[in-house]
Design a binder for this molecule. Structure first.
Ligand code: EPZ
Length: 423
């Protein structure tokens, strides 16, 4: 038996929906907390998602004291922490477990852990993370499925990233906060989550400058301590809500949003003809008369986010004309298109590209969330489609969207969970 999400499509959405804290910031902030040598790290705005539960399990393995209220705030105290190898199943349940590599290496100069897991989006190497650790003086060995990364001492260095990788930028910051002297990351990723992580580390006593630009400087310090931090809103969840509102809203207001983080999506939606009223921390979407096709080219921030490519593809099936989606970050991130085709979408796939002809009606069907944002794209499809859509493998969705069914029900969607036999 397995849990599925069922959606009866065609219901107009009306009301207000609120965005929680950013998943991709949270999954770095929790490992960042282990860098403290004392004091309590209190983080607010923690989203209710399965990735948080998995990271808490990893903290517990390290004998870190964790107090999570299951809703909003987490308290982390590292006084009795031990640096044991991280080789349990929890490591493989999410990609972000790799942040313990940088954090434990930074704090203890040694880490042993399994290869992290996460969504399959094609090859997801971590060579840039490892090169960064090596540049700081660490040696990396891979034995029996585990990495052992260790250093006698870590010494600041200049590190140029061949690609502006989010994970490598954050992991190198973690490894460098206690390194001797200055570390400079060139061609650093500029995502808002990186600024959030650097902000919390600086509150803990780190000396990081330039987060949010392509050059980040980290001056090593002696000791990090406790702090209080509020996580930024999740721009990908906010973007998903904007997209589904663009398809089905009578009038939907999305609140707790930083519109500046969503500029590339907002301008694409405007180009498509979506009516939006952008406030300081809210966006109101009203139903458009007609949607027109646009082309999308995914890029690192502030370019169009790869994580929003999948839900936007669903909306493009409702737009008049031909849309071309080029995926430059994860060239195989098109599994959602196969599911959308089952529902009636006209999508041609070629390497790293999808060509969508619209508008096409969508029909409810049995579909599978093959990864997190594929799940989001299928929720958008289910809301649009005629009849009932059943989404399988919803554990992917629960990794990143907190209470999405409950929140959508509150604005008029007919969406519910059920238990069914696996087909
Ligand atoms: C982060 O993954 C996000 N995950 C992803 O979110 C997001 O899709 C991705 O950034 C891009 O924005 C988290 O923050 C936990 P990258 P990350 O390193 O850090 C290549 C979601 O749905 N690369 O910026 O793993 C890589 O193959 C997800 O929430 C290397 O070649 O992404 C990719 O082509 C999934 N070597 C590109 O860089 C490396 O060592 C960008 O990856 C690292 C990356």
């Amino acid at each position: 038996m397995m849990e599925v999400i069922k959606i009866e499509g065609g219901h107009e959405l009306n009301g207000t929906i609120s965005v929680g804290g950013s998943k991709n910031a949270t999954v770095a902030l929790i490992p960042a907390a282990v860098l403290a040598c004392g004091g309590e790290i209190k983080i607010y705005g923690v989203p209710e998602i399965d990735d948080v539960e998995n990271l808490i399990n990893l903290l517990k393995e390290l004998n870190v004291k964790v107090d999570y209220d299951g809703k909003d705030s987490i308290s982390i105290v590292t006084d009795d922490m031990v640096n044991i190898p991280l080789e349990s199943k929890a490591v493989t349940k999410l990609r972000a477990s790799y942040y313990f590599m940088g954090a434990l290496l930074g704090k203890y100069k040694r880490v042993q852990m399994k290869m992290p897991g996460g969504c399959y989006l094609g090859p997801r190497p971590i060579d840039l993370h490892l090169k960064g650790f090596e540049a700081l003086g660490a040696t990396v060995t891979y034995e029996q499925g585990s990495y052992i990364i260790e250093a006698k001492e870590l010494i600041g260095n200049k590190i140029y990233l061949d690609f502006a990788s989010v994970g490598a930028t954050i992991n190198i910051m973690f490894a460098a906060v206690y390194a001797q002297g200055k570390t400079v990351i060139e061609n650093a990723a500029k995502e808002p989550e990186i600024i959030d992580v650097a902000t919390m580390l600086n509150k803990m006593g780190a000396n990081i400058k330039g987060a949010g630009t392509s050059m980040i400087t980290i001056e090593g310090v002696e000791c990090l301590v406790g702090c209080t931090h509020e996580i930024i809103p999740d721009r990908i969840v906010a973007g998903t809500y904007l997209i589904l509102a663009s398809a089905m809203a009578k009038e939907v207001t999305i609140e707790n949003i930083i519109p500046h983080h969503l500029e590339s999506l907002i301008s694409k939606l405007q180009e498509m003809g979506v009516k939006m009223d952008v406030g300081i921390d809210t966006i109101k979407v009203s139903r458009a008369e007609k949607l027109t096709s646009v082309d999308i080219n995914t890029q690192p921030y502030p370019g169009f986010a790869t994580d929003l490519q999948q839900p936007l593809t669903t909306l493009l099936t409702q737009a008049e004309g031909t849309s071309i989606v080029r995926e430059n970050i994860y060239t195989e991130r098109f599994k959602h298109c196969l599911e959308l085709q089952r529902m009636g979408a006209d999508i041609q796939l070629s390497p790293a590209q999808a060509t969508i002809e619209g508008p096409t009606p969508l029909d409810g069907d049995y579909v599978t969330a093959t990864d997190l944002r594929c799940g989001a794209s299928l929720i958008v499809a289910g809301l649009i489609a005629k009849g009932v859509t059943t989404i399988q493998d919803i554990y992917h969705i629960d990794r990143g969207y907190d209470n999405i069914d409950e929140k959508l029900r509150a604005i008029g969607a007919n969406i519910w969970r059920a238990t069914e036999k696996k087909d």
